[in-house]
Design a protein around this ligand. Structure first.
Ligand code: HEC
Length: 160
């Protein structure tokens, strides 16, 4: 029996479509699971390194600590952070005594100013939430206060 040319072409074309769909399907699955794991999609390089939130550029830090800023930071820390964070060892949240070695000042400020965004959108925030299983709430801290807390944490890290 001789098949018409058009039938042969039709069979080839449908094979091709099935194949293309199978491969395309796998590809999409890979990409989505990758995203769920890292959530890196859509974050800029700055955001990946320094966090997601109102701090969108590097801030200036001098080598000398500003004692007034340290004092202001310490006061806010004692009022709004100490119930969940220890300097050494984990509590509700991670230890913060060495956080300035792990993270940039901008990252820490974005975490203070936008904790829910950080655990939703940033891979490190998501990881921390999985580990600590409590979402850090926004503590009504203003940007200049977050900067003061960073100064306090920097000095603590240096002296201990
Ligand atoms: C109700 C408890 C709670 C309070 C209050 C709180 N935090 Fe947190 N914090 C957490 C938890 C839990 C995490 C881990 C991330 C998550 O699960 O949201 C965290 C994470 C962090 C991180 C990221 C640490 C890292 O390793 O990157 C920083 C920085 C931080 N907190 C600073 C602060 C500061 C500063 C304050 C006070 C203004 C504060 N937190 C108040 C619970 C709290």
């Amino acid at each position: 029996m001789i098949y018409p040319k058009s039938l042969i072409i039709a069979v080839f074309v449908s094979f091709f479509i099935v194949f293309a769909q199978a491969c395309g399907g796998d590809d999409t699955a890979d990409r989505t699971s990758g995203q769920a794991e890292t959530a890196e999609a859509g974050l800029s390089e700055f955001e990946l390194e320094h966090g997601v939130g109102p701090i969108t550029e590097r801030i200036e830090l001098s080598d000398e600590f500003d004692p007034e800023l340290v004092e202001k930071g310490r006061n806010i820390y004692e009022m709004k952070c100490e119930m969940c964070h220890n300097m050494e060892g984990r509590m509700v949240g991670p230890a913060l005594g060495d956080v300035m070695e792990r993270r940039s000042a901008e990252f820490v400020m974005n975490f203070i100013l936008n904790p829910s965004g950080m655990v939703r959108e940033h891979p490190t925030g998501q990881e921390l939430l999985r580990e600590y299983m409590t979402a850090m709430p926004y503590q009504n801290v203003m940007e200049d206060e977050a900067r003061a807390i960073v100064e306090f944490l920097r000095e603590y890290n240096e002296l201990n």
